[in-house]
Write a protein that binds this ligand. Sequence first.
Ligand code: ADP
Ligand code: MG
Length: 697
Amino acid sequence: MEKITEIFGSKVFDDRVMKARLSSKVYQSLKKTIDEGTELDLSVANAVADAMKEWAIEQGATHFTHWFQPLTGITAEKHDSFISPSPDGRVIMEFSGKELIKGEPDASSFPSGGIRATFEARGYTMWDPTSYAFIKDKSLCIPTAFCSYGGEALDKKTPLLRSMEALNKQALRILKLFGKTEVKRVSTSVGPEQEYFLVDKAMFDKRKDLIYTGRTLFGAKPPKGQEMEDHYFGVIKPRVAAFMADLNSELWKLGILAKTEHNEVAPAQHELAPIYTTTNVATDHNQLTMEIMQKVALKHGLCCLLHEKPFAGVNGSGKHNNWSMATDTGINLLSPGETPSENAQFLLFLCAVIKAVDDYQDLLRISVATAGNDHRLGANEAPPAVVSIFLGDELTAILEAIEQDKPYKGAEKTTIKLGVSVLPKFARDTTDRNRTSPFAFTGNKFEFRMLGSSNSISCANIMLNSAVAESLKIYADRLEKSKDFEAALHDMIKNTIKDHKRILFNGNGYDDAWIKEAEKRGLLNYKTTPDCMPHLLDEKNVKMLTAHKVFTETELKSRCEIMLDNYCKTVVIEGNAMADMARREILPAIEGYIGELSETAKNKIKAFGDISVGYEKATAEKLSALSYEIMAKTEELEKELIALKSADGVIKEGYEIRDKLLPKMSELRAAADTAETLTAAKYWPFPTYGDLLFGVK
Ligand code: ADP
Ligand code: MG
């Protein structure tokens, strides 16, 4: 057994390696870039590149790649070898500072939503020195941002870094007002809990829907689902345990702090949570985690499903984005403090989040909108599509007391004066119980639970960071001008609670009554991607995001286009896969069984004369009616798919898909699933839900 402390980070060009391999001058200069975002000069870059190359070659690497996150949701890499011809006809291994800092991948194969058409055809990648380089499959991977030649972001990392910068800037202004001048940087941290399914690879290979779309498009409910909850509490099965051990070891080598793993609610569902880290690093790590999960699964004869809803009627998979803000001096700004001043500061940051989530509910909803996640949000195991905040009863009561200038029961029966009163202690435990809230305060962090399992966490964090930066900016503008800081602070917090308390909800988010109540409160309820995505371009959103320099207007337009285009393509592929499976697999299977039934009936009569063939006849009749229906629904589906081709733009296409294509897909599925329950098992052309969900031992 390898020693964890020895393998941890062994494939990462981390601080330890840098210290050991760089001259102290180069190291100091790089460290300054990493910690403070100062520019790196070329001589330093050259020295770093050389050390990286030497280290990587010792680790067996032959290539390097700029590793980036285009708008497709996966990561991209273009590998170049280190070799360079030398005059004697041989090669030397080379890697320059220039190659480290900047790369020029062929950008034309990545979506740009029209940006490159209006600017230039090429794009470039830029090193993000705050995320360590690492080795994967004999390649030195350099985490990078990806931009067009005009400087417009073509990836998810660039706006994420910008949003972190925006929040840093505004948070520092606030901290200065509290006298915290020693703080140089505020950064956001994230710990993403990742859910996934594991199914047997041989079974996966027999299902075209899983192969082409990552989710099952057909499948009758198995006799047993998740009702017993025995999977959640059960021991981890040996094959899964072996997978998890291998996965942990691979993640640790990459310096990823994989910490907890357990079974989830649905059979075959599991979760992995890392220890939290700085947001952009956490994002890189989560992308890597998803990739490594899939690779390691294959080694174990398994397939890792990251789709939000691989199985209808069974829990979907999400990703909980645990988020907080902390100073470089080690203070978590969402941690309630011990002194009156710390309490006031905590409440201010808390209010900034409350205001941000209320003002930009739409952006948060948009940030998690994909075709896959649409199946999950609002289903009865996932948070609703309505955004609300859970604070817990005690913290809510404290805020109410402040809002109404009323005594709070825990606070010595006096009204709470910010900056004067010590906040009553509230137990952390009571804050963590509500699992139905989309956005829950859990003691010293917020847990945003609407993300889908396959989502990059960057989108959610871009919106969250930006919206909070905006609240903090508004607060700082006011407080900097005020003559009486404490009074102004008190009023501001009071007003925030008054203006935004509609977003606070401690009850059961899965309850239908809440959806009605939310509507009364004027909260948004965008059920699907086509419903919410166009609002990315609402004036207030464009204004806020451009003011904080997180996106340009062009970038927003292109993103809206790309997200909707992804949505449309995803569902169209599903529609095509369904039609193909129905025609070439399901219908022939049903007909095969009807043939057998007729054959049996014929033989029975031949052998016995007067004998009942009622079973054969009744089953064949039902199945014949169903096969006719399946054929008819398939034809209707195919017509819709053709009609979509003439839709005028992605917004309209999205609406068509929502209103026409998806309902047709459901109808076809319903008929096929009923047929499955009537067809002899040996005729059914692919593994059933029961096989998939209970097939891994
Ligand atoms: P659970 O939600 O299962 O009770 P925890 O709340 O301890 O578990 O942690 C869940 C995730 O939240 C982990 O990834 C953890 O590292 C992360 N986390 C804990 N504290 C913070 C924080 N201050 N900021 C961001 N993430 C955090
Ligand atoms: Mg949690």
